[in-house]
Structures are given as C-alpha cells and as structure tokens.
Design a protein. Structure first.
Length: 197
C-alpha cells in the first residue's frame, strides 16, 4: 500500500498534528551558484547560501546538520541567479542552484524533506512569474505557455530529488498541469503545496 503523496514523507504527516513544533516548520533557504555565502539583512542567521568552490554547498550542509539535530525536518529552496531572461531559463537549467543544491542535500541529508519554490519571478528579466506576449502593443501574461513552463520546472526539481513542489505563482490551472506532468513521468509520490507569502 502506498500513502497519498500528501502523506508520503514523515514531515508531511507531522503537519497534520494539532500542535506546533519545530519539526513542523519549513526553513526557507536562498541558494546561489556563487562560491561565498552572502548575508541577507534582517534574516540572520540565514544567508544566500553559496555553492562553495567545490559546488557542494558545504556551509549549508553543515548548518542543516546542526538544525536537523535540533528537530528540523523540512526546507524550501529558492534560487538566486544573476543570469535572467524573458523565459526564466535558469529556473530549470542543469547548473541552476536549486537543482544542484537539491541533489547535494538529498545525498548528504536523506531524511530531510526538500521542497522547491516553483515560480519564475526570480528568474525572469521582467520579474513577473509569467511568460509575456505582446497583444495590441501591450505585454500580457500568456497563461497557457506559463503553466506548461511551470510544469517543466517542477518536473526538473522532482528529477533532482525534491520531495515537494511549492508553486508560488498566481497562474490559473498550474497545479493540475504540474500534477499531470509529474504523474506522467513517474513522480506521483512528489507532493504539491501551493502557497503565497
């Protein structure tokens, strides 16, 4: 018997408990391909976690080991990139920090639930979470193309080892499209949790 994807990981099951504990919280992490960690003012001790000179996110892994020993069970990765374009190609490029970091953490800390933010605003040069198209001289959101793109990004994160995808965009029909793409590619066990902040 297999559990519903929303209960497949022990951390998912803990979230349904009626009390709040550190093990139920998701720790947001901002990851970058740069070698060095960079402070984030106001979010100390969190930083933009650099991949390090070896690409192994050593300082982040050490930080997470300490927190895991104190009860941390879940993280959410957000990519920080400098190479931005209209299509947000760095969201799912093989060398994007979210994919690289997911692979490293999955091996180094196999019991940690890894969630990945699925959106394009941090990857597009215009800063919007949708792909744009020109209509009557105006840029508008192309919902259909955007939803397909978000599903592709989600699949890339699942292939890298994410346990849960967290779409934070505001596109219509993206959850169903992501679920279909995951299921069609053998990732029915990967959960989806839409959210906004």
């Amino acid at each position: 018997m297999s559990l519903h994807s929303g209960l497949a990981h022990a951390a998912h099951r803990a979230w349904t408990e009626p009390h709040i504990h550190a093990s139920q919280l998701i720790y947001p992490l901002f990851v970058t391909s740069r070698a060095l960690d960079n402070p984030i003012r106001g979010l100390e001790p969190n930083v933009q976690w650099g991949a390090g000179v070896n690409g192994k996110f050593d300082s982040l892994v050490a930080h997470l080991r300490e927190l895991q020993a104190k009860g941390l069970r879940s993280i959410m990765l957000f990519g920080v990139v400098e190479d931005k374009c209209e299509r947000g190609k760095m969201a799912d490029a093989k060398d994007t920090p979210v994919i690289a970091c997911t692979q490293v953490i999955r091996k180094a800390l196999p019991d940690l639930l890894i969630s990945c933010d699925v959106c394009m605003c941090e990857y597009t040069d215009h800063g919007h979470c949708g792909l744009l198209r020109r209509v009557d001289g105006e840029d508008i959101i192309d919902n259909e193309r955007t939803v397909e793109r978000l599903a592709d990004i989600g699949l890339a994160y699942a292939r890298a080892g994410a346990h849960m995808l967290c779409p934070s965009d505001m596109m219509d029909n993206r959850i169903g499209a992501i679920r279909e793409k995951l299921d069609a590619n053998g990732f029915a066990h990967v959960s989806i949790m839409a959210y906004t902040s």
